[in-house]
Ligand binder design. Structure first.
Ligand SMILES: C[S@@+](CC[C@H](N)C(=O)[O-])C[C@H]1O[C@@H](n2cnc3c(N)ncnc32)[C@H](O)[C@@H]1O
Length: 277
């Protein structure tokens, strides 16, 4: 492993925060060393200082992309947090289908989609509910956008192919049988259904001006990596793309407290639901 010095740590920490918003506290030198040492060696740099210079002068953005890929934590699972998914199943999905029937369209954004489990979990619930109501065509009137900054995570999301470790994390036997086909050690998500989710690379630091308006934004387990200032900015931007009454769902360890006054907080059993005022 290539050692990082204190001045090099400050340079790399700033570079990472500027390029993806991830805020590293002091004392996280080991994180940069363990995640980036191979890339430093691969790019034939002898030190993190040299690597930083190479990254800053990277003309096509490829090295930046690989640094971001290495520094992001893509940990995810199917139907993550029982209480949040009970809310989605019992309240959010029925109201999305109602809106799609009434207005002809409803939109959802999985804003840190990682390898796709969150967006496809929601899609399965929507498909089940639409079928139960006898209105499967309503599915075509719901748009699900999945975005992430990590190209490698998005590649897996778009392929919609999962190994048995990923499948073992939150996928029920019933849904596995219904929505996946097994191909050796790989489980392939329904190839027709998967087309309903559109994935694209998007940095939450960017302007949201061209992203459109949503009825539900799932921005889960990503703000934990950001500074307080960036969290404020992010929640302000999310409030700006939600319809009045639209819902922001955060991870169970995340909260809007002291960060935004644009939402009213409700509870659905243990799930915290942030509704745009
Ligand atoms: C821990 S995963 C959470 C995945 C999923 N939302 C869930 O709750 O299971 C966090 C994701 O946020 C993405 N991420 C980190 N910084 C980002 C940024 N600035 N813009 C967009 N995505 C980002 C990472 O690439 C990673 O896939």
């Amino acid at each position: 492993m290539i050692k990082i010095t204190e001045p090099e740590y400050r340079l790399m920490k700033k570079y990472i925060e500027q390029n993806c918003g991830i805020h590293l506290e002091d004392g996280k030198e080991y994180l940069i060393e363990s995640r980036l040492s191979d890339l430093v060696a691969e790019t034939q740099c002898n030190s993190f200082q040299e690597f930083h210079l190479k990254a800053r002068t990277d003309s096509n953005g490829k090295l930046r992309e690989r640094i971001i890929d290495a520094m992001t934590t893509n940990e995810t699972l199917w139907f993550r947090d029982e209480s949040a998914w009970a809310y989605l199943k019992e309240v959010a999905v029925p109201s999305l289908l109602d809106k799609a029937g009434r207005a002809g369209r409803a939109r959802v954004w999985s804003a840190a989609a990682s390898t796709g489990q969150e967006a496809y979990s929601l899609l399965m619930l929507i498909a089940d509910e639409a079928k139960k109501r006898g209105t499967p065509s309503l599915l075509d009137k719901i748009e699900i956008l999945g975005t992430d900054i990590s190209s490698s995570a998005l590649f897996l999301a778009i392929s919609a192919r999962y190994d048995s470790i990923a499948m073992g994390r939150g996928m029920s036997e019933d849904k596995r049988q219904k929505y996946f086909t097994q191909n050796g050690n790989i489980w392939v998500f329904d190839q027709e259904l998967k087309k309903k989710v559109h994935f694209k690379r998007f940095n939450l630091q960017s302007s949201f001006a061209a992203i459109g308006v949503f009825d539900l934004v799932m921005c889960r387990y990503v703000s934990i990596y950001f500074s307080t200032d960036f969290k404020r900015e992010l929640f302000e931007k999310i409030a700006g793309v939600l319809t009045p009454g639209g819902v922001l769902l955060l991870g169970a360890s995340e909260s809007l407290r002291d960060l935004s006054d644009k939402f009213e907080v409700f509870y659905h059993n243990k799930a915290v639901i942030n509704i745009k005022k």
